[in-house]
Design a protein. Structure first.
Length: 202
């Protein structure tokens, strides 16, 4: 009997369509943003900085970048379509609960973490493609210690997606992920967000 891989984790990534105009829109927000280290004594000094030094406040609600939001909602719809859940958008609104910018300079990184939302995502505003990829970590890390299972690429303890300007990634918020250290002289800037569904009431 063929081997089957059960309990897969859906991760969506795509290049947005209206790239040039979206970049112009988001560049204005970046220029208006003050980046600060997260205000936590336990936070590593080599960790990246955030817009206004905070992870939670909704940057997208403040600036309302129409072109980017259109791209985001369309890609969420496509993700839901892949999951056979597109019908849920007929009865629920897509709600961006939190959004923030992250700036990662040379020798900075983002430690392994998860989000509290049902759906999370990131968009690359500025990257040279060599300044640190996002790495998703398996929900079954015990397989990585097994001589039998650790050789399968489908059971790898971590898998990465290359950072690329214009790329949007969507994934379950509970999935642990990290960002590799930026070893270049360029800053990487990404826009992260947490998403939920809110039932429509007529």
């Amino acid at each position: 009997m063929p081997t089957e891989y059960w309990f897969p984790t859906p991760i969506y990534h795509n290049m947005i369509d209206n790239y040039n105009e979206v970049q112009k829109e988001l560049s204005l927000i970046v220029d208006d943003t003050i980046f600060k280290k997260y205000d936590d004594p336990n936070w590593d000094t080599n960790a990246c900085s955030f817009s206004d030094g905070n992870i939670g406040p909704s940057l997208l609600a403040k600036y309302k970048p129409k072109l980017f939001l259109n791209e985001l909602f369309e890609n969420v719809r496509l993700f839901f379509k892949d999951l056979n859940s597109e019908h849920m958008l007929e009865t629920h609104d897509i709600v961006i609960d939190e959004s923030w910018l992250a700036r990662t300079r040379k020798n900075e990184y983002h430690h392994k973490h998860a989000h509290t939302s049902e759906l999370a995502g990131v968009y690359y505003v500025k990257t040279n493609g060599m300044d640190g990829d996002i790495v998703f970590h398996t929900g079954t890390p015990i397989l990585g210690t097994s001589k039998i299972f650790r050789n399968s690429s489908d059971l790898a303890p971590g898998r990465k997606i290359e950072s690329k300007m214009g790329r949007i990634i969507l994934f379950p918020g509970w999935l642990e992920h990290s960002v590799n250290t930026n070893q270049t002289n360029d800053d990487r800037i990404s826009l992260s967000f947490n998403i939920s569904l809110r039932k429509k009431y007529v």
